[in-house]
Design a protein around this ligand. Structure first.
Ligand SMILES: [Zn+2]
Length: 298
């Protein structure tokens, strides 16, 4: 039904950079192992804050050319991760970055937050039915941390997974396909706490960042026992850091740490974590899966 490799992984993200921060090591690992990795990014990230002063003119309140620039950063990041199949939902610029929750940008007629979920999901159904992934990765219902585009990406991804499997839905978009497993990004609280402890220790000696973020600034922190999968991709941690560095308007990387535009340091995780929300776990009860494809037969 498809000429693609046997293992196929689909990730749905809100902005260029979210994929590298959340799943960069996982993407690099599976791509290196020969799996087909598809990234769908829902917006160009036009409303992001710009870190390097020399590029500040790109911002939405000045030249408003950040979207095209970030598409270039994303392409460079994908080259670092070895991922060749990446696209923007509905085409580049179809949905605009909505800005932070409550910002006036939420009212922009083209913003993703105002998109019709079923219409946006139909664009994703076409991708799902073409690629036929066994595994989908996206955010939890709060988008990890409440950003409207992340919440909307969650809604669109979950709706698309449902519609793609529906035999009578839009056969013009391809033959029905049921995704075997759906995961939401997360990170166990103990891992985040240990990461911040390392950062505080390093910060005393190196003064890496002007400030340090707190555990609650990290999206998707969960009690350890609710985390169902851990993908140890530490062999690909360098690729993840390089991909994050490619998003230079958004991320400053320093060794095993990084900061976003708020300048607050946080740990970079070479092992990435997931919560299985649809499908059968491929590990015994109470044991974390170490492979997102476990149990799918792929
Ligand atoms: Zn984002």
């Amino acid at each position: 039904m498809t000429d693609l490799p046997g293992r196929r992984l689909l990730l749905v993200h809100a902005h260029p950079d979210d994929e590298s921060i959340n799943n960069g090591a996982t993407m690099a690992k599976y791509a290196a192992e020969g799996a087909h990795v598809t990234l769908v990014t829902c917006t160009l990230g036009e409303e992001g804050e710009v870190i390097p002063p020399a590029l500040a003119h790109l911002a939405a309140d000045r030249d408003d050319t950040l979207g095209a620039h970030r598409a270039g950063e994303l392409a460079a990041a994908m080259a670092e991760l070895g991922v060749t199949d990446h696209l923007f939902l509905g085409g580049p610029g179809r949905y605009r970055d909505s800005g932070m929750m409550g910002a006036p940008q939420n009212e922009h007629p083209d913003c993703f937050w105002r998109a019709d979920v079923d219409e946006a999901a139909a664009s994703l159904v076409e991708v799902i039915r073409r690629v036929r992934p066994q595994v989908l990765v996206t955010y939890d219902e709060n988008g990890g941390y409440g950003h409207p585009d992340h919440i909307q990406a969650h809604r669109v991804a979950m709706r698309a997974a449902e519609l793609a499997a529906e035999p009578v839905f839009r056969r013009d978009l391809g033959d029905p396909h049921k995704i075997a497993k759906i995961y939401w990004n997360c990170v166990p609280r103990s891992v985040v706490e240990a990461g911040f402890a390392r950062l505080r220790e390093a910060g005393r000696e190196g003064d890496l960042f002007p400030g340090i973020a707190s555990v609650d600034d990290v999206p998707g922190v969960l009690p350890d026992e609710e985390v169902t999968a851990a993908v140890d991709a530490s062999a690909h941690a360098g690729r993840k850091a390089a991909a994050m560095r490619a998003h230079a308007t958004q991320i400053a990387v320093d060794g095993p740490f990084f900061a976003l535009s708020n300048d607050l340091g946080q740990p970079l995780f070479p092992t990435e974590y997931y919560r299985l929300v649809r499908g059968e776990p491929g590990a015994a009860e109470g044991v974390r899966e170490d492979d997102l494809f476990a149990g799918t037969g792929a």
